[in-house]
Design a protein around this ligand. Structure first.
Ligand code: 5AD
Ligand code: SF4
Length: 456
């Protein structure tokens, strides 16, 4: 059974069910939203085998580690947690441990999972959909499985998906990445860009909104702006958004992640025009220095990036902005780093995600000979985070007297409006009966860094 068929063979499925039904499983997820969503698909597969989810990793009959390898720390965490199951394996010989995702897909990674005595099944990013078949194979012959494929075996449809959240649903629109930033392992472990046909996405979003009551749909892709370039149908990302906004219902769409190179005026126009598009954007800049951006192979400079931000702020004054920043990329001087500090002071992001550069085997930057010392990276990261903390404290002032379209929630018995950017506005005098609907809230007061307001 070397070649796994993804088509659901009914006979085979009933065999799997009789092996696994009523057993328990536990999923451990590392990494980005893409992985979180893939774990929802894994849950769907395991539920369809009539297994039950448990919070207790130690008693679970099947444990799945859905891994990440974007930085060394993510790999270390996963590997150390796998090792912690050694005793459980000794106590329960039938316990099955599965490792899947980016860390297993990686060639020449830090840990060789093919040699691990604890792990029973190792699959990568391209065959997660066939996890059910791999479990059957393991139940029959109990031989360790190590199967890493170069290409996906089938499209990652979401039919079996069982989601974590009841308000925000993740929906994949494009897999893989063709950008090859010099620090990044993603293109090597996730493969080339592959867009999902727009009608398939439309049908999924429509079902989530109209039949399952989701309020936010977050479209996922390593680089959503590349959407459609590989499809025969003529559809850009901006056009896809317009198409999805024709779905009737009280919901909003977010998307991540965007790349500044492909972020065009048409997209800004659509973001401004469509009320169903959440007024928030995650636009990774990575560095404030043109020299570093060039060495990162990012294909834009700060002037271009600032131009996009300026246009966005002009078109959507209330937009909430966030970004990713890497400090200590090879060759980053104090001057380069100062430019990053200068940039975040200028843009005043609502949130930043900052990381110390981590060397990834197989990426061009890992061979650069001007690597930065760990203590310099740590000190730069701390400086950056301190600076951002000050900015965020200052940013709160910009909410005063402004009106935001918010999702209403109850927090400790009080009605709270959540902005598209995730900011909470308390509405103390609101006589509510319901939650999870959108309504305009005007900020009237700021006290102790907390916002409060009234329904408009
Ligand atoms: N080291 C540190 N951070 C990285 N990222 C990607 N690769 C690396 C690396 N080798 C960061 C980038 C990216 C985010 C998801 O992770 O900022 O946008
Ligand atoms: Fe990695 Fe760059 Fe692709 Fe983002 S765009 S996934 S940072 S290679």
């Amino acid at each position: 059974m070397n070649k796994i068929s993804v088509e659901k063979n009914v006979k085979e499925k009933s065999k799997i069910i009789s092996f696994y039904n009523n057993k328990t499983y536990h999923i451990v997820t590392y990494g980005c939203q893409m992985n979180v969503h893939e774990s929802e698909k894994i849950r769907g597969i395991l539920n369809s085998l009539e297994m039950n989810e448990t919070d207790d990793i130690h008693s679970a009959d099947v444990v799945v580690f859905n891994t990440c390898c974007i930085r060394e720390g993510a790999e270390d965490r996963a590997y150390n947690n796998i090792l912690l199951l050694k005793n459980d394996k000794k106590k329960n010989k039938d316990k099955v441990i599965v490792v899947c995702g980016c860390m297993s897909q990686q060639k020449n990674g830090k840990y060789d999972l093919s040699k691990s005595k604890i792990v029973d099944i190792v699959i990568g990013t391209h065959n997660i959909n066939a996890l059910g078949e791999y479990l059957l194979r393991f139940a029959i012959n109990r031989d360790k499985i190590y199967d890493i494929l170069d290409k996906p075996i089938a499209s990652m449809d979401s039919s079996a998906c069982v989601r974590d959240d009841k308000v925000n649903a993740y929906v994949n629109i494009i897999y893989g990445c063709d950008k090859f930033c010099t620090y990044c392992i993603v293109p090597y472990v996730r493969g080339r860009e592959m867009s999902r046909p727009s009608q398939e996405i439309y049908a999924e979003v429509k079902d989530l909104v109209q039949n399952q009551g989701y309020k936010y749909i977050t479209l996922l892709g390593q680089n959503v702006n590349s959407y459609g370039k590989d499809l025969s149908e003529q559809m850009s990302f901006a056009e896809l958004l317009e198409y999805l906004c024709t779905i009737e219902g009280d919901f909003k769409i977010k998307f991540m992640t965007s790349h500044p190179v492909d972020f065009d005026d048409d997209l800004i126009r659509v973001m401004k025009q469509q009320i169903k598009l959440a007024k928030t954007l995650h636009l990774p800049v990575q560095s404030g220095s043109d020299t570093i951006l060039k060495r990162m192979n990012r294909h834009y400079n700060i002037k271009h990036y600032l131009k996009i931000i300026k246009k966005l702020k002009r078109a959507i004054p209330n937009i909430a902005l966030s970004t990713d920043i890497i400090v200590g990329f090879p060759g980053e001087t104090d001057k380069d780093f100062m430019q990053t500090l200068k940039l975040i002071k200028k843009i005043k992001y609502d949130q930043i995600f900052a990381f110390m550069y981590s060397k990834r085997t197989g990426t061009p930057a890992s061979t650069f000979d001007d690597q930065i010392d760990e203590d310099i990276k740590t000190s730069r990261l701390n400086k950056l985070l301190r600076q951002q903390k000050i900015i965020q404290k200052e940013n709160i002032k910009k909410y005063f007297k402004k009106t935001y379209d918010c999702l209403i929630k109850f927090i400790n018995g009080v009605a709270v409006g959540i902005t598209d950017g995730g900011k909470e506005i308390y509405i103390p005098n609101y006589r509510y009966t319901n939650q999870n609907y959108f309504i305009s809230v005007k900020v009237e007061d700021i006290r102790n860094h907390k916002l409060s307001g009234v329904i408009k």
